[in-house]
Design a protein around this ligand. Structure first.
Ligand code: C2E
Ligand code: CA
Ligand code: CA
Ligand code: CA
Length: 278
């Protein structure tokens, strides 16, 4: 892992530092990149464990940088969310995903697209209106869209966030809590928010076959989610053994390299067409 090699001292992790000179320079370029349509969405499927059917795809943003090639979100998102740039970026991602959903529908493929929305965006009261306007502009129905929010949204004003989520859910947009288990929040918010899905973070899933604590966390999360009436997705499913254990634990769906990597839209359409219909 080149990014984390450093000088071998182990206390400087460039992977998490948004202030390296390269990243500061990238930030000034991102605004232009957005305008020049250099951002791309890749899509990774999620499948139902019992039936194998595709339950949706997650949109993951990449930046096709003219000089540096394809950049992944950890290179530019942390800085974007510290600056106002995350808002135009979020709007671009939502619009691109909804357009893609309409393209696929025109080809006879109905698939719900999950979009990651930064927790900061939920502090803006007009987020729901912006999303409704994008639905109108693209002609996409609400069932095209799922929103994934990370658990740390609770560092902001919970009432504001709760109101926005309720409006989105009323309209038929589904809501998933992302990276579940990595935040520091109390469980009380789970009752207060309009949610449909808990997404178990890959840090618990990847080693669950060898780490008993991880397996216990996954099992408890599955039970908790089901008792609250939510579905559960596990991310980071890298081998068949994990997939099998998740099924035994009653997890509803799964996402990860073992099933499929994030793909460009055409590759995803080809992948979907090879799957049994459902
Ligand atoms: P996330 O939402 O938790 O997304 C899952 C990440 O794990 C993705 O990394 C995905 O490519 C990767 N992944 C998928 N399957 C596996 C697997 O089996 N093993 C392993 N080790 N990794 C797997 P990616 O695409 O680099 O995205 C990183 C993070 O950036 C995402 O984490 C999400 O928090 C954020 N992100 C991505 N796209 C967007 C976006 O459009 N808007 C916002 N606000 N955040 C985004
Ligand atoms: Ca996500
Ligand atoms: Ca995650
Ligand atoms: Ca995340």
């Amino acid at each position: 892992d080149v990014k984390r090699a450093g000088l071998g001292f182990g206390f400087y992790d460039a992977g998490n530092d948004p202030h390296t000179p390269r990243r500061l320079r990238l930030m000034t370029e991102l605004r232009r990149g957005l305008e020049k349509e250099e951002l791309r969405l890749h899509y990774q499927p999620k499948v139902d464990l019992a039936s194998g059917h595709v339950t949706g795809v997650e949109a993951l943003v990449r930046w096709q940088h003219p000089k540096h090639g394809l950049l992944y979100p950890d290179e530019f998102l942390p800085m974007a969310s510290r600056t106002g740039l995350i808002n135009p970026l979020t709007d671009w991602v939502l619009q691109a995903a909804l357009r893609q959903c309409m393209d696929w529908r025109a080809q006879g493929m109905r698939v719900r697209i999950a979009v990651n929305v930064d927790a900061m965006a939920f502090q803006q009261a007009d987020l729901a209106e912006r999303i409704f306007a994008l639905l109108t502009r693209t002609g996409a129905p609400a069932e095209c869209l799922e929103i994934e929010i990370t658990e740390n949204l609770l560092t902001g004003d919970l009432d504001k966030c709760s109101a926005v989520l309720a409006r989105l859910a009323d309209r038929g947009i589904t809501i998933a809590i992302d990276d579940y288990g990595t935040g520091y929040s109390s469980l009380a918010y789970l009752k207060q928010l309009s949610l449909h899905t808990l997404k178990i973070d890959k840090s618990f899933v990847m080693d669950m076959c060898h780490d008993e604590n991880d397996a216990v966390i996954v099992r408890s999360t599955v039970d908790l989610a089901h008792n609250l009436g939510y579905t559960v997705v596990a991310e980071g499913v890298e081998d068949a053994e994990i997939l099998q254990l998740l099924e035994i634990l009653g997890c509803d769906s799964a996402q990860g390299y073992h099933i499929a990597r994030p793909m460009e839209p055409d590759a995803l359409a080809a992948w979907l067409s090879q799957r049994p219909a459902g």
